[in-house]
Design a binder for this molecule. Structure first.
Ligand SMILES: O=C(O)C(=O)C[C@H](O)[C@H](O)COP(=O)(O)O
Length: 207
């Protein structure tokens, strides 16, 4: 799947931190049951790669990606674990080259016009705006839409179910990212039904 199709699959891309391997499969099942199929599992925990492997094996309806991919070593490890796409908070020359050497798409992060121009020069026109709220939020995306009308964004960082609709109404936004679908307390309590509810609410947001 190309990165734009992945971005358009759901209005919200959940940014997931899995600390315990036994949470991986029930969490993915809960999100998919709520209508959210695209899952970004960040490489911020020790078991993240195992979580990606487990979700890929047990939840075929999910599209499982790796997040917080910041260098070629992490990118290669994520590909080996079966990640179907990758997300980075930023972009370096080394990461761009590593991504171009694989068939797995990368959604790189940018925060400024110069970041964006460098990413576009490297061949990336589908970008994560990170941290979105702190970078200027909806106003920033409207401003970037003038000179950079060819760029499609997934703003991430500081977005909630309440603020997501305003982002999603912008023509240069395909989806938003956020961690609010997978609160740590719900994972700890194994409250998968509550996570399915959050997913349903997110899946119903209009674009
Ligand atoms: O880990 C990464 O690669 C990131 O880019 C960070 C995440 O995108 C944000 O942590 C999500 O932001 P919140 O929804 O405000 O929690």
């Amino acid at each position: 799947m190309d990165i734009l199709s992945i971005m358009r699959a759901s209005p919200v891309m959940p940014v997931i931190v899995v600390e315990k391997i036994e949470h991986a499969v029930p969490l993915a099942q809960a999100l998919v049951a709520g209508g959210i199929r695209v899952l970004e599992v960040t490489l911020r925990s020790a078991i993240a790669l195992d979580a990606i492997r487990a979700m890929r094996a047990a939840v075929p309806d999910a599209i499982v990606g790796a997040g917080t991919v910041t260098n070629p070593e992490e990118l290669q490890a994520a590909v080996a674990a079966g990640a179907q796409f990758m997300v980075s908070p930023g972009l370096t020359d080394a990461l761009a080259a590593a991504a171009q050497a694989t068939a797995i798409p990368l959604l790189p992060g940018v925060m400024t016009p110069s970041d964006l121009m460098r990413a576009r020069d490297a061949g990336f026109t589908r970008l994560k705006l990170f941290p979105a709220q702190q970078a200027g939020g909806v106003g920033m995306l409207k401003a970037l839409g003038g000179p950079f009308a060819d760029i499609v964004f997934c703003p991430t960082g500081g977005i909630s179910v309440t603020t997501a609709p305003e982002f999603l109404s912008l023509p240069n936004v395909a989806c938003v990212g956020g961690s609010w679908l997978t609160p740590k307390a719900l994972l700890e309590n194994g409250d998968w039904a509550a996570i399915t509810k959050l997913a349903q609410e997110a899946a119903a947001l209009r674009r």
